[in-house]
Design a binder for this molecule. Sequence first.
Ligand SMILES: Cc1cc2nc3c(=O)[nH]c(=O)nc-3n(C[C@H](O)[C@H](O)[C@H](O)COP(=O)(O)O)c2cc1C
Length: 203
Amino acid sequence: IGKNKITPNHLATKDYLICFDALFDHVDYFVVNVSSPNTPGLRELQDKEPLTALLMALKHENHKYAQNKQVIEKPILLKIAPDLTNDQLSDIIQIVEDTRISGIIATNTTIARENLKSDYDLVEEKGGLSGKPLSKRSTEVIRFLSEKSNKAFPIIGVGGIHSVEDALEKLEAGADLIQLWTGFVYEGPALVNKINKAILAQT
Ligand SMILES: Cc1cc2nc3c(=O)[nH]c(=O)nc-3n(C[C@H](O)[C@H](O)[C@H](O)COP(=O)(O)O)c2cc1C
């Protein structure tokens, strides 16, 4: 769930709550997206104060909804950017502890443009970059969160998984589950089969 492009950040919580309420009956878990580079200003919501306030509002709504409907609360996960500094990642660990959300999805797309082989026009394009160029940083973020938190919460690892090796690397770095988006486009659904077989062969 996210906020609309035209909604200013000081009114963002309302957008998230509207999405939360509309989807509650239909989803297994929620992901709070504050990390897309494609919505101007959205990533400012990753700062400690607004993020804590947003997550607490959603936790409160979750509790209220579950009580009213006599059902269990839905897990709420936070999706973060790969462009956060280590200090900001340490803040995220603290925020997970403070708000008691269910986990982190690391990571969204990046605004970094290092080591690309594409033409200048493409490199300079605005928006989030996904896939292979993201893989190393996304793994670093997962490893940092896992090690510094002492595996205190589940991490869903995503970013540049294009092969079995990429998937195993994310798990080795501390991911409990993995997702892939761009790898699915380039390699096709058979990649998921290969990854699952490799994981089963390890157990
Ligand atoms: C075209 C496109 C649209 C995306 N839309 C969203 C989105 O709406 N919300 C979100 O949290 N992440 C979004 N993502 C980010 C992906 O879910 C994923 O975190 C990111 O692309 C890194 O994984 P990948 O390298 O496997 O693509 C999008 C990615 C792409 C390429």
